[in-house]
Design a protein around this ligand. Structure first.
Ligand code: KPL
Length: 302
């Protein structure tokens, strides 16, 4: 199978690198930068959770035309780049499935504006990934991955792609209710990412102190109320699931913390910011999410 990974950041590089270990032909499609140059010249180093490192061979590209060769395109760009990234590749796609593994609400709908909805696959993953330097990505924590077709129901292609991810070490479940999976992941990110970015702590700190526990729980509980107001059912134990992700990725720097520390734009508007916006539409109290979003906006403006 030929896979083009759209977005060569930490998650895209990790997913691409792991997929390449199965023998799949993988190309990382991203912006010209030191990381992509490093991968092109020396291969991609993947540091496994046990500390061992393997160097895998993946293609690199900065031109969207490469998507024409893909059987599947995996979208790993930041949520705020979804529109531009899809506008770039859409015209080149054959009948490839487009699989989003991004954080945040609204990505699949944006992709479906460019690609027939029946070819969009909605996914979530709680694997932790950190770019350690040009050409080097660390698998900072294993987690759960779920994919399911956005429209039209799951078929053999979705199951085959899930099997490929599983062979790559990204154990993947196929779901008939991807919206529930996305909301659950959004609540996990709402409970972990902004707090760890603002306090500059690893994910595990949120389950190691009362203060951390409180912020995580309140942000997630508010998010559950928003999900209900939108008619989405999320798992009863989503607060506990969020704590579990924080434990499993305890030493990881959340993606939002990495963004804030790098001085990059964050995904706050697709996470706590979006929850707060939808809460106000439904008259739901989401003051913790609103405050977290405002503080991250302030940090971003520095
Ligand atoms: O998705 C993540 C992120 O950092 O964006 C988690 C699962 C919280 C891992 O850090």
């Amino acid at each position: 199978m030929r896979v083009v990974v759209l977005g060569a950041g930490s998650l895209g590089s990790l997913v691409g690198g792991l997929l390449a270990t199965t023998g799949a032909g993988v190309t990382l499609l991203g912006r010209e930068n030191e990381h992509l140059d490093g991968v092109a010249s020396d291969g991609l180093q993947v540091v496994n959770p046990d500390g061992t490192t393997e160097t895998v061979s993946v293609g690199t590209a900065t031109d969207s035309e490469v998507a024409a060769e893909a059987d599947a395109v995996v979208v790993c760009v930041k949520s705020y780049d979804t529109e531009d990234a899809l506008a770039g590749v859409a015209d080149h796609l054959g009948d490839a499935d487009v699989v989003t593994l991004q954080n945040g609400l609204g990505n699949a709908a944006t992709i479906a504006e460019h690609v027939p909805a029946e070819r969009v696959v909605v996914g979530t993953t709680t694997h932790g990934a950190v770019l350690e330097g040009p050409g080097r990505v660390r698998h900072a924590g294993t987690g759960d991955t779920t994919i399911g077709r956005y429209a039209g129901g799951n078929d053999e292609r979705v199951r085959e792609f899930a099997a490929l991810l599983s062979r790559a070490g990204v154990e993947t479940t196929v779901t008939d209710d991807p919206a529930r999976a996305v909301w659950t992941k959004v609540l996990v990110n709402a409970g972990i990412n902004a707090a760890t970015a603002l306090a500059r702590v690893p994910n595990g700190a949120l389950v190691e102190s009362e203060a951390g526990e409180r912020v995580l729980r309140r942000a997630v509980e508010e998010g559950v109320a928003v999900a209900r107001a939108e008619g989405v059912t999320v798992p009863e134990d989503v607060v506990e699931q969020t704590r579990e992700v924080a434990r499993e990725t305890a030493s990881n720097r959340s993606s939002m913390r990495q963004d804030v520390e790098r001085g990059s734009r964050t995904e706050i508007e697709a996470l706590n910011g979006e929850l707060a916006r939808r809460a106000s539409e439904h008259g739901v109290d989401a003051r913790v999410n609103e405050t977290l979003a405002d503080l991250v906006r302030l940090a971003e403006s520095e």
